[in-house]
Design a protein around this ligand. Sequence first.
Ligand SMILES: [Zn+2]
Length: 363
Amino acid sequence: MISSVLSTRRGDISLPQFVPDATRAVVRGVPTSVLQQTGVDAVLVSTAHLVSQPGTSVVRALGGVHRFMGWSGPVLSDSGGFQAFSLLTGQKGLATVSDAGLSYRFSPKQRFRELTPKSCIETQLHLGADVVYCLDYCTHPLAPDAEQEKSVALTVRWATECRATFDRLVADTPPLQRPKLFAVVQGGQRADLRTRCADALMDLGFDGYGFGGYPIAAGQLVDEVELTARLLPPGAVLHGLGIGTPESLVAAWRCGYSIFDCTLPTRNARRGVLYTGLDTRNLAAGGRVSRIARMSDEKWVRASGPVDPGCDCQLCAHYGAGYLAHLFRVADSLAQTLASVHNLRFYARLTAALRERVPGAVR
Ligand SMILES: [Zn+2]
């Protein structure tokens, strides 16, 4: 039986759930009161970014991440591992990895920040997150075998230290007031490494597990996404990190994943790319469940009706598509806000539709 909710100390997260990326403690351009109306239960903040700016001590001084950003629902905080990996593979000199952990900075002008298993958990607890993640070492799927082996060895070692740090820090906290602790399965494309990583993490025992790595190749879910789901305990809450398009989300849900996050819907929204036409007929069988509307297309300039007649978001309920097209053309920030609200509402309607169905689980 796949869980229908993830209960946290700040309320239940209905599953499946798409969790918007509030990387810097903000879903860009969207007030939290408006965000709530889109139907999302939780947000995901970036530990690495908040450590860098404004700094953990500032967030703490301002009452913790919930009060800081005006969001009373559950907050997930990533470990910073994927962020560090992005910096490792980008411009040289921005990140390094050692057995002790990761060092990173977002620009050559900044000083390095250290992310160790201990500091990773301490920081997330100081921020006040409700679902925290063990530090993991992400790799590119095409990285050499030795790198994948190292990734799994470090991910398991760091998860062991994270588990111990977490248990020590919450020892005096009543169980229902403790955050949830998730671990991330790495292993690239190697089934044996994915198995080794999943087995070791299950031995440690976590409240949920994430798929680590690149979930998508050539627009399709990679096979490891399904394999990893099969390796984990039936009924466990699985997070498909970085998933993705509406179709990828549905495909991962069919494998057993029930938490998703991705910058795609809000990033696309800010570029005037909107998801429309939710088609629930293909949820069980696969296939397209969405269409794309590009506000740059001249056809929208004189469109009087809503962008998506089937949507009940603030954009579609109050404005015609021609108005949104105009806002993008005059570069008013309201365009990005309304488009983001629409895309998040699309994902919320999609996951609500999935909740009414039993996943065609392979597990
Ligand atoms: Zn809408």
